[in-house]
Design a protein around this ligand. Structure first.
Ligand code: GDP
Length: 299
């Protein structure tokens, strides 16, 4: 919780400074409500949530004196209300062997790092994990995944640069199955310059995996970089349907002023949020907790 509070300090500082600036005259009138709504929208919380918060304040407290702390309390409550239904732990108890996790997201969103952190968590729980370096376009991506594999002492299945990613995925599922692995995590490419080609590749990977296990992939995680703000919403839209995303990981929540975007995404898409990334190190992946997040962001 401490990490989250310090991570979201920029988001909450900016938000509470802006709220304080609106409420210099302390009375809740039309003008202050409108300004407050703008502040909440600027904080990336999304129009719906911003409107709900101001409407609740208007209903309960219109024309009355109100303190910044009271507003923060309403903010905290409303944000928690949006986040609670989506805060869901990642469940790997479906009895699949292996449980196949497909990791998707644009380049730089934190896929490989998140795989590394997740692998450390799972191996610490005694699970046998195998990784597959499905971003076959970038040699650096493969090397980066190998480094993470070494850190947790797990096998990383690779192919030469330019090899067909779906072929690698097929081999990886076969191999992980033969080895009796509990979890296989497949990294994927994330070039967004060519969205259709990328989506077609992801669809092909999914199709091919299903030839071995029609229930796989059992989890498809989309990593979203919190610092990109509104772009993250577009990425959920793009990947959500075509890659059949089952859950989200929001990365880089340490030190961004744009953490509010998670609220907008939760409200609009209602996809489970499993983890948040709060740093670059192996331990910097935390289960997503709605109340903690709401408290951290409201300051
Ligand atoms: P990929 O291209 O989606 O695989 O993204 P990477 O895993 O390579 O991450 C891109 C950059 O973001 C790297 O420099 C990571 O160290 C960094 N990164 C990933 N997650 C986090 C996080 O939660 N916090 C911070 N501060 N940096 C992160």
């Amino acid at each position: 919780f401490q990490r989250l509070t310090s991570g979201l300090k920029k988001s909450s500082d900016q938000l509470t400074d802006n709220i304080a600036a609106v409420f210099t005259k302390k009375k809740l009138d039309d003008e202050t409500l409108e300004q407050l709504e703008d502040v909440l929208i600027q904080a990336d919380l999304g129009i719906d949530t911003a409107v709900e918060i101001t409407e609740r304040l208007a209903k309960d407290r219109f024309d009355k004196e109100i303190s910044v702390d009271e507003i923060r309390q309403v903010l905290r409550d409303e944000v928690a209300k949006v986040l609670e239904p989506v805060a869901q732990p990642l469940m790997l108890d479906g009895g699949h062997s292996p449980h196949v996790i497909l990791m998707v997201g644009v380049n730089g969103s934190g896929k490989t790092t998140t795989i590394g952190k997740l692998t450390a968590k799972l191996t610490a729980e005694g699970k046998k994990v195998v990784l597959a370096a499905g971003d076959t376009f970038r040699a650096a991506a493969v090397e980066q995944l190998q480094v993470w594999g070494e850190r947790s002492n797990v096998e990383v299945i690779t192919r030469p640069t330019g090899a067909d990613a779906s072929g690698l995925a097929f081999d990886a599922v076969t191999e992980a199955k033969a080895q009796g692995a509990d979890v296989l995590i497949i990294d994927t490419a994330g070039r967004l310059q060519n969205r259709d080609e990328l989506m077609a590749e992801l669809e092909k990977i999914i199709r091919v995996i299903k030839k071995i296990d029609e229930t796989a992939p059992h989890t498809t995680l989309l990593t979203l970089d919190a610092t990109t703000g509104q772009n993250a919403l577009n990425q959920v839209e793009i990947f959500g349907k075509r890659a059949n995303v089952s859950g989200l990981v929001m990365t880089k929540l340490d030190g961004t002023a744009r953490g509010g975007i998670l609220v907008a995404i939760a409200k609009k898409y209602k996809l489970p949020v499993h983890f948040i990334g709060v740093g670059e190190s192996i331990g910097d992946l935390e289960p997503f907790a709605a109340q903690d997040f709401a408290e951290a962001i409201a300051g």
